[in-house]
Design a protein around this ligand. Structure first.
Ligand code: DGL
Length: 264
């Protein structure tokens, strides 16, 4: 199975895109909704929570886990790959979403990044984009208020908050030509960002990027790909148990799902 992990349900929008192009595989999703948002937590806490989530996905049969969360990819991916996988699951893989997104920036000149506080403070996008496009300028805007509002499904409140963040980013540069929505929760409110971002500016969404990278990864690693079940099975897990959790999951995923509540 291919696993997807996020601090909440933002990663469901990524899984949805992946399934369109790779429909035959079996997928298992885990959202740590009980402890979201991760974006304002310490690096150690984000590592610890992501570690527990990945462990659970491996325990339930995933051979490959995509961290469909920029914050976990930033704060936990490298350490999980270097310290946890070799001694515990040398035959399994964990992939992140920052580098695939940075790789897409080869032609951009002035890039705006909206992300969580943890992702922005790490400056990971600046560092990774510089490897592919050293002349690009990267302007960052942390949006700490967004994930808590999105995770309760209170979208009506969002317009003025998004407008403020967009204005703050454009105060840093009026020359921005490309915007990265660098938090998987933001894809679902792309239309609200678009209300305040002129049409001539490209907004990059991570669902298509991750799908493309995953497809290429599986093609380039046939020995690994052939170990993944293609039974079209889907399992959805969450640590959250608020009364509206089912409704929220379906809002992100766009269709009815069987949601199982787990403890990490
Ligand atoms: N979806 C996560 C990301 O991409 C949200 C982070 C959070 O929980 O604050 O960064």
């Amino acid at each position: 199975m291919i696993g997807f992990f996020d601090s909440g349900f933002g990663g469901l929008t990524i899984l949805k895109e992946v399934e369109k192009i790779l429909p035959d595989y079996s997928y298992i999703y885990l959202g740590d909704n009980a402890r979201t948002p991760y974006g304002n937590l310490s690096q150690e806490k984000i590592y610890q929570y992501t570690h527990q989530g990945v462990d659970e996905l491996f325990r339930r049969g995933a051979n490959l886990v995509v961290l469909a969360c920029n914050t976990s990819s930033t704060m936990a991916l490298k350490r999980l790959q270097q310290e946890y996988l070799p001694g515990n699951h040398p035959d399994k893989k964990i992939l992140g979403i920052i580098i695939p997104t940075a790789e897409e920036m080869i032609r951009a000149k002035n890039i705006g990044v909206f992300a969580t506080q943890a992702t922005v403070s790490s400056c990971v996008y600046r560092a990774e984009i510089a490897k592919f496009n050293p002349r690009a300028n990267v302007f960052q805007q942390a949006c700490p208020a967004l994930v808590p509002i999105i995770e309760v499904g209170n979208f009506a409140q969002l317009e003025s908050v998004v407008q403020r963040y967009v204005e703050e980013l454009f105060e840093k540069s009026a020359e921005i030509d490309t915007i990265i929505l660098g938090c998987t929760h933001y894809g679902i409110i792309e239309n609200i960002f678009r209300m305040y971002i002129p049409d001539k500016i490209k907004i990059v969404l991570q669902g298509e990027i991750v799908t493309d990278k995953l497809r290429k990864y599986l093609n380039n690693h046939p020995e690994f790909r052939d170990r993944l079940k293609r039974a079209k099975k889907k399992i959805f897990l969450t640590t959250g148990n608020s009364p509206h959790i089912q409704q929220l999951a379906e809002l992100f995923y766009g269709e009815k799902i069987d949601l199982e509540v787990v403890k990490l």
